[in-house]
Design a protein around this ligand. Structure first.
Ligand code: GRF
Length: 201
């Protein structure tokens, strides 16, 4: 097998998608491995999980830097130290600077809890219910400077059931996320996704 791609995961909270990626990449034939986890919050639950799995972790709090650009430049230095090839955002709740999204263009992916381009931003499950959707789901997409607007790599659909609340729907979508994110990473890491031609966004 060719050398595994080195992946870093950026989180802000619980880290269940991070855990799914760590689990999947632990398989011998997976074309990528996790080399580090970064959080913008020192109290992110996922940091403890990452440490338990023996992964290096780092915290970059925006308030410790002059501005977002210098914070994101410090994150890039850490990623370069780890010789990272691919960056996965997994519940990373801060909008990254355009400098960062350009630097990592086509190597930076995110999981979003809706069938993009529907329901960009937050509160996606309630908005799907309010809109009377019969199907909902999640998407893995390349990250560009515009929020949740980059090209979609993969989507998974779940039904909206009678009596669903935002919580029951979120649980169903999250279950799908845990399968979809490793599948999308596998596609990207194994070179099965063609680079997108065009100016960086
Ligand atoms: C997930 O629903 C993900 O789609 C969204 O934020 C949530 C993160 O959950 N971007 P977790 O931290 O991976 O458990």
């Amino acid at each position: 097998m060719t050398e595994k791609k080195k992946v870093a995961i950026l989180i802000s909270g619980r880290g269940s998608n991070m855990a799914a990626l760590i689990e999947a990449t632990g398989q011998a034939d997976f074309p990528a491995k996790i080399v580090g986890v970064i959080s913008n919050r020192p109290d992110a639950e996922g940091l403890a999980t990452a440490r338990e799995r023996g992964l290096p972790t780092a915290v970059f709090q925006l308030k410790a830097f002059r501005d977002k650009e210098s914070c994101d430049a410090a994150i890039t230095r850490q990623l370069d130290d780890w010789a990272v090839d691919i960056v996965c955002l997994a519940g990373f709740m801060r909008i990254l600077s355009a400098g960062f999204t350009h630097r990592w263009a086509q190597k930076l992916i995110n999981i979003h809890p809706s069938l993009l381009p529907k329901f960009k931003g937050t509160d996606t499950h309630q908005r799907a219910l309010d809109a009377g959707e019969t199907e909902h789901g999640c998407s893995v997409h390349f990250v560009v400077s515009e929020l949740d607007a980059g090209p979609v790599i993969a989507r998974a659909t779940v039904p909206v059931k009678a009596g669903d609340t935002a919580e029951t729907l979120a649980d169903r979508v999250l279950h799908a996320e845990h399968k979809l994110y490793p599948e999308a990473l596998r596609l990207l890491a194994s070179g099965q996704i063609k680079p997108i031609v065009g100016p960086p966004n």
